[in-house]
Design a binder for this molecule. Sequence first.
Ligand code: NDP
Length: 254
Amino acid sequence: MSLSQFRLDGKVALITGGNRGIGLAVAQIFGEAGAKSVLTARRSNPEGDALLRDAGYEFDFVSADATDPETPERIVQHTLDRFGRIDILVNNAGVAVHGDTPDFDDERLEKIISTNVVQVFRFSRAALPAMRNQGEGVILNVGSMSGMATNIPQNQVAYNGSKAAVHMMTKSLASEFAAENIRVNAVAPGYIDTDMSRGGFSNPDWDPVWRRQTPMGRYGTAEEVANCVLFLCSPAASYVTGSVLLIDGGYLTR
Ligand code: NDP
């Protein structure tokens, strides 16, 4: 038994959506825990880069659209070329789109499914051969409380379905690769204070309802999610695979 099991010294992580929000918080805690990281998202974030650089963490940012079919193979190869291995894949990139189902057009449906589901599969598929060759690896998917229960807005059928798919892919991958020492887990955040919950997706009327319905009475922070991601990706969680860890301030205790 040692606290060093919570560290990631010498590990190499690939974090999608690593430029802001939960992904950036994961990059920060991974850096502090001793990992080297490749971060990817469509846009760069100079402030996020500066945070990581000033802290002395070793990382690369690669700009790419995760929904492009060629992106996952390319970014995994970049990670292998840059750092020689890939120990941890954090499938974090995601989008939230809501809308009444009868009016929910194919463009929005395609955006949700390609970003939240298809690229999770493709990044996992791209990273698994290297993990297999190494004889170990960890995949961590960012699902959602919305993949387990409905909440407001009620018109989130595609998003909720996409996150339920992430949870089930997590369990299926965990089962398929457990014997090869590759662990696969997910976190299911509740309301977390990021651009996603603050931004165009959100609605000021929902804010007090979300807070009221959360027993802890507040949003979670990206750092609180990242702490759980660190645990699940660290050797301390060596017997945990196929789990979906709720991080919801008690929301689903109701
Ligand atoms: P943000 O909106 O802050 O971050 C979303 C991230 O995904 C950004 O880094 C964004 O970068 C990236 N991304 C989106 N689309 C693409 C794309 N096509 N290609 C590459 N990167 C993409 O939100 P969060 O940090 O909150 O979200 C992170 C994850 O957490 C998501 O999967 C989300 O569904 C999940 N989640 C969030 C909750 C919350 O309350 N905030 C609750 C439950 C789950 P860029 O736009 O530059 O490409």
